[in-house]
Design a protein around this ligand. Structure first.
Ligand SMILES: Cc1cc2nc3c(=O)[nH]c(=O)nc-3n(C[C@H](O)[C@H](O)[C@H](O)COP(=O)(O)O)c2cc1C
Length: 212
């Protein structure tokens, strides 16, 4: 790493959801590096029952976007409406409103991202439970960090999961395999900047919950 390149902690603090992407194609070798970072992640028992679909198929992306948009109208808009007076920790009302604008922007143009990485996990005959994601989201986060390090924008999205069965069928996933995240990847329109979060001290406890 040269002294100019951002270090790990700066990468972590500036890996934001980059929802505005340029249409420029992303070279295969950069996608390969992102995938290698993903596949370096831990998984339960080191089982690595994951699979990553690199999707550039315009028609397929558009078919998935229809479900993604439907879920936005049905769930996301009402959610923002109900929370607009109480934004998340570390965010002002104005920032929260801007976030909705960007979420809406990505929703409308989801399929226009030059490439998607779809993170899938095979849980076999057992239905996925609340711990299943623990064996795929470390890989997803590694890929987000790797994309950021390479100057590429990406967003962790899971909303398609509201229509998970329909979307998994579109991707041709066999029984027992499910899609856990879709990462739309491309060169960002805006610049990387610091994430907005609450104060970690207020959510850090000594020995027992609630003890500061
Ligand atoms: C479990 C999970 C699901 C998410 N799903 C979506 C999604 O479907 N669409 C989207 O635009 N962003 C999605 N996000 C991104 C979050 O909205 C985003 O990370 C959060 O608002 C913080 O913004 P920042 O990453 O820009 O700091 C998701 C994030 C997580 C952790």
């Amino acid at each position: 790493m040269s002294p100019q390149e951002p270090g790990l902690f700066e990468i972590i603090q500036t890996t934001r959801a980059m929802r505005q992407l340029k249409p420029d194609p992303v070279p295969d070798d950069l996608i390969d590096r992102i995938l290698e970072a993903g596949a370096a992640a831990p998984s339960g028992g080191n089982n690595q029952t994951w699979g990553f679909i690199v999707c550039r198929d315009e028609d397929l992306k558009k078919q998935v976007q229809v479900f993604y948009k439907r879920a936005f109208d049905e769930y996301v808009l009402p959610h923002y409406e109900s929370r607009k007076e109480a934004p998340p920790p570390g965010m002002s009302k104005a920032q929260f409103e801007r976030q909705l604008d960007r979420v809406s922007h990505l929703t409308d143009r989801f399929h226009e991202a030059p490439v998607w990485i779809v993170a899938c996990l095979d849980t076999g005959k057992r239905p996925p439970n609340y711990l299943s994601g623990a064996s795929i989201y470390p890989a997803v986060q590694n890929m987000l960090l790797a994309a950021r390090a390479l100057g590429l924008g990406a967003t962790l999205t899971t909303r398609h999961g509201i229509y998970g069965k329909e979307v998994d069928t579109l991707f041709g996933l066999p029984d027992g395999v499910h899609s856990y995240a879709i990462l739309p990847v491309g060169y960002p329109v805006g610049r990387f900047g610091p994430v907005a979060r609450g104060d970690v001290k207020s959510v850090t406890y000594r020995d027992r919950w609630g003890q500061h």
